[in-house]
Design a protein around this ligand. Structure first.
Ligand SMILES: Cc1cc2nc3c(=O)[nH]c(=O)nc-3n(C[C@H](O)[C@H](O)[C@H](O)COP(=O)(O)OP(=O)(O)OC[C@H]3O[C@@H](n4cnc5c(N)ncnc54)[C@H](O)[C@@H]3O)c2cc1C
Length: 510
């Protein structure tokens, strides 16, 4: 098996997970990434000498990483220090109200009762029962298994799953299902926001995405040292198993000969021979031909709707007025407008929902002084076609500061206390995306089947990452990395001989 060479293009979480599992099998694995260091969207900005996570901050579904470590005869809690949060998220509205959701479901129910009354608390309990059942059904039939077509999915659901979906009304949107479940518009807004975890609009996302609420209610953890520590851990384990890293190295072609993948070429002209390639970039780049013409047929030619992008600010500043927790949401009125602005008008929302991750909390003291914040608002993924004007960005900043101020929070954005990222920045880092951070939007009931799976139609080419089944988010991308590794493993029996020879001079074997 060591003679089997695998090149993983992209050191995002999925690429690293694939590399780890494949090297554990004894394969000869090389990971290349066009960035200076592994991590992809798990990234940090340095402000005033302090590292601030600028990508994912909400760590959920730890079981994905527990199971990954178990499969490598390791234990997650020996590799990383994870601390469960008792407050999952703190939500504020501009009318002055606020609601905490807790890891303890009974505490959440009491909080909802105090916030919106006993009837709404009962509806909340029923909603939780529903999302728990849904998550249980989708876990085995969808999340853990290779992509299936609709009939295969129905068969995997079994009678219990089918009856649950029938009761939900499979064609319903998340928004319309929440209109039936809750009478308080603030609770609809809160639970509708979970569609944005897949970069989607709740107005168009299927009601099945309500399971994301359950994902969060199952637990949110902090990673000591920041989310970057997860990447450092995966990279270290890869290296301990002999994985070779080449960063920065931009792959400009996936080499295909006689219909089969034979390696990759870099923009330095160097070529790396391989029996298998796992592509961890966004599959939109394949579609656009950025990995060469032959690799284009790895994905369907019709471009799906892009998911959300974002404008983010990594800030180091004192905050005043409100008791922040780790994860904080600031909602404004008329939530639907936000998604009309983004998806229909392709502009920044005029009244954005603001997410603020206070990265020194919850342990920070009240007199913390300057603290590390990631502030995020959703944005359209059009970073390849238009640059946001300074005026639009400055209006957006004023909106953000005014929204949080209405809720009671004050902080400053000065030219020197933050680093800002826009869809254009994300597009430059993630080619082919326009800055979309979650692959294609999950809009419409069938969209969950239209993501590419791990096994591409080109023999020897496998796909992993947030644009691939089962979807975006750190744990889901990690799961896709596992599924890609499983598909490579399954394909090994079918190899007769390694590709030989060079397509054009200067090939090196990784
Ligand atoms: C601001 C932000 C907030 C988020 N919040 C959360 C959150 O709270 N919780 C959560 O679970 N998820 C969150 N996400 C989503 C999550 O980060 C992603 O879904 C996940 O990290 C994607 O991982 P991936 O494996 O697809 O790889 P990516 O992170 O997309 O990395 C792909 C890698 O491939 C490399 N690459 C691409 N093309 C090439 C090429 N041609 N040659 C060489 N290298 C190439 C890129 O440089 C990159 O390093 C957030 C994302 C962002 C950006």
């Amino acid at each position: 098996m060591p003679d089997q060479r695998v090149v993983v293009v992209g050191a995002g979480v999925a690429g690293l997970v694939s590399a780890l599992e494949l090297s554990h099998l004894g394969l000869n694995v090389t990971v290349i990434d066009r960035a200076d260091a592994p991590g992809g969207k798990l990234h940090a900005e340095t402000v005033d000498g302090h590292a601030i996570d600028s990508g994912p901050t909400v760590f959920t579904m730890r079981w994905v990483f527990d199971e990954l470590m178990h499969s490598l005869d390791l234990r997650l809690d020996r590799e990383l220090t994870l601390t469960p949060l008792s407050v999952l998220a703190r939500h504020f509205w501009t009318d002055g109200s606020s609601l905490d959701l807790f890891a303890d479901p009974l505490a959440s129910e009491s909080a909802v009762e105090a916030f919106a009354g006993a009837d709404e608390a009962l509806r909340f309990r029923q909603f939780c029962d529903h999302t728990r059942e849904l998550y249980g059904v989708m876990d085995s039939s969808f999340i853990r298994s290779q992509l299936k077509n609709l009939p295969g999915f129905m068969a995997a659901l079994g009678p219990r799953g089918l009856s649950l979906l029938a009761r939900m009304g499979p064609m319903k949107t998340l928004w319309s299902s929440l209109e039936q479940r809750f009478t308080d518009p603030r609770l609809r807004q809160l639970f509708a926001r979970y569609a944005t975890y897949c970069g989607s609009s709740p107005l168009q996302a299927p009601a099945t995405l309500s399971l994301i609420a359950q994902v969060e209610m199952d637990g949110v953890w902090t990673v000591e040292g920041g989310m970057q520590e997860l990447i450092r851990c995966l990279t270290r384990l890869c290296k301990e198993q002999g994985v070779r890293f080449i960063c920065p190295a931009h792959c400009d072609q996936i080499l295909v000969r006689d219909g089969r993948v034979v390696g990759v070429s870099l923009d330095t002209q160097e070529q790396l021979l391989a029996d298998r390639v796992v592509f961890n970039g966004d599959t939109a780049a394949l579609r656009e031909g950025l990995l060469g013409k032959p690799a284009q047929r790895a994905v369907a030619s019709a471009a799906p709707q892009r998911s959300l992008s974002a404008v983010t600010w990594c800030i180091r500043t004192p905050t005043r007025g409100l008791r922040l927790d780790r994860h904080n949401l600031f909602f404004q009125s008329n939530y639907a407008d936000e998604f009309h602005d983004i998806f229909e008008h392709q502009r920044l929302p005029r009244r954005p929902t603001v997410y603020l991750c206070a990265q020194d909390r919850p342990s920070a003291q009240a007199d913390i002084g300057a603290e590390r914040l990631l502030c995020l608002v959703n944005a359209p993924a059009n970073g390849d076609v238009s640059e946001l004007s300074e005026q639009a960005l400055s209006d957006c900043e004023s909106q953000v500061l005014s929204a949080v101020k209405h809720c009671g929070l004050d902080f400053e954005l000065t030219p020197h206390n933050h680093v800002r990222n826009t869809p254009r920045h994300f597009h430059r880092r993630f080619p082919g995306t326009g800055g979309a951070l979650y692959g294609q939007a999950t809009h419409g009931w069938m969209s969950i089947f239209s993501r590419p799976g791990a096994i591409s139609p080109i023999p020897g080419l496998f796909l992993s990452g947030g644009s691939v089944h089962p979807g975006p988010g750190v744990p889901m991308a990690a799961m896709s990395g596992r599924l890609a590794a499983a598909a490579v493993r399954a394909s090994l029996g079918s190899i007769k001989s390694s590709p030989v020879g060079a397509t054009s001079g200067g090939m090196s074997t990784p």
